[in-house]
Design a protein around this ligand. Structure first.
Ligand code: LLP
Length: 442
């Protein structure tokens, strides 16, 4: 394991994170222990600068290598009205997978032309709401959806732009629970089984649907580059043989899945490498076939927000099992971050209030939920832990809060944003028992 010093971990934290003169962690001049005093613990903290700069890096990297690129943020990673506004200002579109994610964008007046609806089982309500609100694109996942959307559009006397989600049978070598482009997946039309070919024929016959192009998403996080290359070449060959007037294809969407380092032991990820592989492979195919106006779409979720968010917890009970393990229990856990329990995800952590002290005592951070598997981080070093100390888990901005639950009738924590000017904005207040109990009418 790499030594845990702040210098070694810095790249995992938001930009402008440093150790204050008091010896506390701070972001853009905001002492994290002050934020906990104000907003409670656990607390999720996002940093606007980091979100903006990573978004720009993605756009610039891909645009420098392929003329026509659209970056569509995958909002399942973290969905929030203020975040949508930031991404809009940075020139990103957004993809949604539920009526709830769509509702957020409608209510905050996000331009619907830049929204794409994904998901393997969209409901009639979700499809209808999308069409009524003039959504830019719906990515169709099944024959059922093709028929349903066509009949909704027919009834509303309108047409809808669509892409088809294809499954290319390419293994991205990531966790089996997050592999989505292999043969045995619930997502998309399989090229291998012939379903993709039939879907194109069927889509073309629909009077109320305009087929604009294709989409695939291999899984996430993907550390290797070759799965993208393999999938683009394979899907392109398929398109050439099966897509009507393939030279007019307008959208080639390669999904997301770009990895980020979570712990001090993970490799540094270079966005430029993804951009080079994807853009060069697509360019070769496009040039070889004299295709003129194709737009490359990428859908990063994790990569845009993971590093910008941290989770802060307060230490409560400490249990030492001699020669075996020291359990340090905190006030959150699997209800706000299910990833370690679900995928065995590994994180690093750093002390908030003893940030200047050497991190040398090996501990396991246990959550407070009634499950043995509720451990956030195992066998990591901290300064000698004491009750009421604060710890920060970096790279908590993607798929933590968005996958959170009220398990054990717990309350979801507050989320704050440190704005570019250093001011703090509440993104979501901490839940109260009333929020939950009024659902049961008490
Ligand atoms: N596009 C599509 C169609 C997707 O299904 C996904 C993620 C993405 C884009 C964005 O992938 P990203 O760039 O964020 O890796 N809960 C898991 C991740 C599930 C991702 C599901 N689909 C986790 O915590 O790792």
């Amino acid at each position: 394991m790499n030594k845990v010093t702040f210098e070694n971990l810095k790249h995992l934290f938001p930009e402008k994170t440093k150790i204050s003169e008091k010896g506390n962690l701070e972001i853009n001049n905001n002492d994290l222990s002050d934020l906990v005093n104000e907003f409670g613990s656990p607390l999720y903290v996002y940093d606007e600068n980091t979100i903006r700069n990573i978004s720009r890096e993605y756009i610039n990297c891909f645009k420098s290598k392929f003329e026509n690129v659209h970056v569509s943020y995958s909002s399942k990673a973290f969905s929030n009205p203020v975040l949508s506004q930031i991404l809009l200002e940075e020139g990103l579109g957004i993809d949604v997978v539920s009526g709830g994610e769509l509702e957020i964008l409608i209510r905050c007046k996000f331009p619907m032309k830049d929204v794409n609806f994904h998901g393997n089982n969209k409901s009639e309500y979700e499809l209808r709401k999308s069409v009524i609100n003039n959504i830019g694109l719906i990515t169709i996942d099944s024959f059922y959806e093709l028929d349903l959307l066509d009949s909704i559009c027919n009834e509303l006397n309108t047409t809808q732009n669509i892409t088809l989600r294809l499954s290319p049978s390419v293994d991205p070598h990531t966790h089996e629970l997050t592999s989505t482009g292999i043969l045995d997946t619930k997502f998309g039309f399989s090229i291998e089984t012939g379903a993709a070919k039939d879907a194109i024929i069927s889509a073309q016959k629909k009077n109320n649907l305009n087929l604009k192009g294709i989409h695939f998403h291999l899984g996430s996080p993907i550390f290797e580059l070759s799965p993208y290359e393999e999938a683009i070449n394979y899907v392109f060959e398929f398109v050439k043989d099966n897509y009507p007037n393939y030279k007019d294809i307008e959208i080639f969407n390669v999904g997301g899945g770009f990895a980020v380092p979570y712990s001090v032991d993970d490799p540094i990820v270079n966005i430029d490498n993804y951009a080079s592989t994807i853009c060069n492979t697509l360019k070769e195919n496009v040039n070889k076939n004299s295709i003129k106006n194709v737009k490359l779409v990428i859908e990063p979720g994790r990569a845009i927000v993971a590093r910008s968010g941290i989770a802060i917890y307060t230490i409560g009970g400490i249990k030492e099992i001699p020669n075996l393990r020291k359990y340090v229990s905190v006030d959150g856990g699997m209800a706000d971050n299910i990833r370690p329990a679900l995928y065995g995800s590994k994180y690093s952590l750093f002390s908030v209030n003893k940030a200047n002290m050497p991190h040398e005592e090996i501990v396991t951070i246990a959550g407070k939920f009634c499950e043995t598997g509720d451990k956030l981080v195992e066998n990591v070093p901290l300064p000698k832990p004491e009750s009421n100390d604060l710890i920060a888990i970096p790279v908590s901005g993607a798929y933590n809060f968005s996958m959170s639950s009220n398990y054990n009738v717990s309350l979801r924590p507050a989320i704050v944003l440190i704005k570019s000017n250093g001011k703090v904005q509440l993104l979501r207040r901490r839940e109260t028992y009333n929020d939950i109990l009024e659902l049961s009418g008490i």
